[in-house]
Design a protein around this ligand. Structure first.
Ligand code: ADP
Ligand code: MG
Length: 623
């Protein structure tokens, strides 16, 4: 490996702007770091270069730990967005600068300079001053200068930033050629997905300081794991659907089409489906579709863009008996979804459409995101309580970031376990309750009514800066990590897994505890793409967690349980007192997990990993 980052964290004013980033870049690879402005890309690149220190984690270049070495000692080449050439020096002097500093002989310097100018296609420009060059040419000089001392790694921070489209493309080609010719390991930062596609062997997408996903451009585009990557890499329609035993349903009937998915359980549950605009087919009638019908719709907008036609089609829920589509939107009112559709010239000729025309909508391919957090349902015993909850700043922020909706549900019987009154209909998505009532009873009531995730919010709690993760037993490890990973993609907080050993445990049990931490960390990384810290604590789990959470403000707990009694007994301390922290309870029964594993097995899907610590040993942990 050429570049290895291990949980690199950089904080400014206490907030992580680069949050636990781990990454390996192979020898000779062209890696593109892609993300919106402010996501931490430049900070991470500067950390690799040694231009900024890190608060946590290690950086290796070519097998050497360089975390505490200066920029000069790391020997990387760096190109910034704003050309940053020495204005009073000629092109030749600029390029030779680093060589002079390194006391290279004059004749050798000249030879190297000529080589570099040929490489960036600026032969003969040695004596020009930067002001006599175009922006694109200045950036070529900057690249040549960065390469002068033969660095083993080239880092480029939005090098095309200030250039116009045509010059960008030219310079892009030059950089790709130079990189191929020298086979130099390269990391380029950009916020432009087209640029990332054009250059990258592999892309890493950053948001809110976290590295969300890495992969080959075509893999990330076809099968993103996260909402953010799905919508940042190209256009995507996100729709809420139901995963049933028969398949993916938008209404009552399963959609018969190619579906790529990674179902977590066999329990019927709400999922987020990604429909790319180019995978949608339009036809005059349902029977004329060659793909699987999902609904009828009305054409609201048609834009001709040359090669492609872009349309917006509003789904007509009432017209389609079996399809009730809910757009993933931040509205609390389930609006009729608007789909983005793109069509080729060929498709346009086959079926021309006009505004306000009714069309049948079919879909060629659906990708289901593996996220367990699809939408939110604010629940309370009265409509006033529900309305207060819907306006909760942290909840609205979270829903907006996840581009999902908050449904509302008033249940007079919420928390009344003795009346045996069920919910008016099953709860979908994450149930959200206020922490003011009898939390333990409300949580149990919701679990009995089919909720799998419950968020408990104190009235004035802010977005957390630190999220603690704990599960009661290994049955819920996977589900808890999946929820944690999904939530932490939308909150700029540090993630810490707490392993808790009983206070009477002796020294001999400590290695088992430590091993379980490592297992948890590697599963979070490998299966869920979540980087988290780990800590080993001693005590009674409920009390210890409550103590940790009450110690500092702005914390949240993600707690996995597999048995409803755990709310009242083992973790009673967390639900009893009026809390200052928010909680996400993840519940999966052992039976449900067992069924899912069996279904996996029947499908020949054996990847469900067996953690190396034996079950007998694990029983001692997390109690
Ligand atoms: P990007 O390159 O993805 O646009 P940056 O790495 O430049 O993002 O910045 C990430 C975040 O860190 C931003 O919110 C930015 O304001 C903050 N930041 C960057 N440098 C500093 C600094 N020296 N002091 C305080 N905050 C900073
Ligand atoms: Mg930047």
């Amino acid at each position: 490996m050429s570049i290895v980052l291990d949980q690199v964290t950089k904080r400014y004013q206490g907030a992580p702007v680069v949050n636990d980033v781990s990454l390996e870049v192979a020898e000779g690879e062209f890696f593109v770091l892609l993300g919106p402005s402010g996501s931490g890309k430049s900070t991470l690149l500067r950390a690799i270069a040694g231009l900024t220190s890190v608060d946590h984690g290690r950086i290796h270049l070519h097998g050497q730990d360089v975390t505490h070495l200066s920029a000069r000692q790391r020997g990387v080449g760096f190109v910034f967005q704003n050309y940053a050439l020495f204005k009073h020096m000629t092109v030749g002097e600029n390029i030779e600068f680093a060589l002079r500093v390194r006391r290279m002989k004059a004749a050798e310097r000249v030879k190297r300079r000529k080589e570099l100018l040929r490489l960036v296609a600026l032969e003969g420009m040695d004596d020009r001053l930067p002001t006599q060059l175009s922006g694109g040419q200045q950036q070529r000089v900057a690249v040549a200068r960065a390469l002068a001392h033969k660095p083993q790694v080239l880092l480029l921070d939005e090098p095309f930033g200030a250039l116009d489209a045509k010059i960008r493309e030219e310079l892009r080609r030059t950089i790709r050629q130079v990189q191929r010719e020298l086979k130099i390991t390269t990391v380029l930062v950009t916020h432009d997905q087209e640029e990332a596609f054009a250059l990258a062997d592999r892309i890493g997408v950053m948001n809110l300081g976290r590295l969300l996903e890495t992969g080959k451009p075509e893999e990330l585009y076809a099968s993103p794991a996260t909402r953010f990557v799905a919508t940042f890499l190209g256009a995507a329609n996100l729709l809420l659907a139901r995963q049933t035993a028969q398949g993916i349903c938008f209404g009552r009937m399963p959609v018969r089409t190619q579906v790529s998915e990674r179902a977590e359980t066999t329990r019927e549950h709400e999922v987020v489906a990604v429909l790319r605009p180019e995978e949608i087919e339009l036809a005059p009638t349902r029977d004329a579709l060659r793909t699987s019908f999902i609904a009828n719709g009305v054409v609201e907008e048609v834009v001709f863009t040359g090669a492609l036609e872009r349309l917006r089609v509003r789904i007509d829920n009432d017209s389609a008996e079996e399809a009730r589509l809910a757009a993933v939107s931040s509205d609390s009112q389930p609006a009729n979804a608007v789909l983005e559709v793109t069509r080729t010239q060929h498709e346009q000729r086959a079926f021309p459409v006009t505004l306000q025309q009714t069309v049948a909508i079919g879909v060629r391919r659906i990708h289901v995101l593996p996220t367990p957090l699809s939408s939110y349902t604010a629940c309370g015993p009265t409509s006033e309580a529900v309305q207060r909850l819907v306006r909760h700043p942290f909840l609205t922020e979270l829903a907006a970031r996840m581009k999902t909706r908050i449904a509302v549900r008033t249940e007079a019987a919420l928390g009344q376990l003795d009346t045996d009154k069920p919910a008016s209909e099953p709860i979908t998505g994450v149930a959200v309750i206020s922490s003011s009532g009898n939390v333990a009873r409300q949580v149990e009531w919701l679990l009995r009514n089919g909720a799998g995730e419950i968020m408990v919010l104190p009235a004035h709690v802010a977005a957390p800066r630190r999220v603690l993760i704990h599960w009661a037993d290994d049955v819920v490890r996977r589900s808890t990590l999946a929820v944690a990973a999904s939530l932490l993609r939308h909150v700029p907080a540090e993630a810490v897994y707490l392993g808790i050993l009983p206070s009477h445990s002796d020294e001999s049990q400590k290695p088992i505890g430590v091993r379980s931490l490592l297992d948890a960390r590697s599963e979070a990384q490998a299966v869920h793409g979540l980087e988290m810290r780990t800590e080993l604590h001693f005590g009674a789990a409920g009390e210890e967690l409550h103590r940790q959470l009450s110690e500092a403000p702005d914390q949240m707990l993600i707690l996995g349980i597999s048995n409803m009694q755990q709310i009242h007994e083992e973790f009673g301390a967390l639900f009893a007192a009026p809390a200052s922290y928010s909680m996400m309870v993840v519940y999966r029964s052992a039976k449900e997990i067992d069924q899912a594993a069996r279904a996996d097995h029947a499908r020949g899907d054996h990847v469900r990993d067996e953690a190396p610590v034996k079950a007998r040993e694990r029983a001692a942990i997390g109690r």
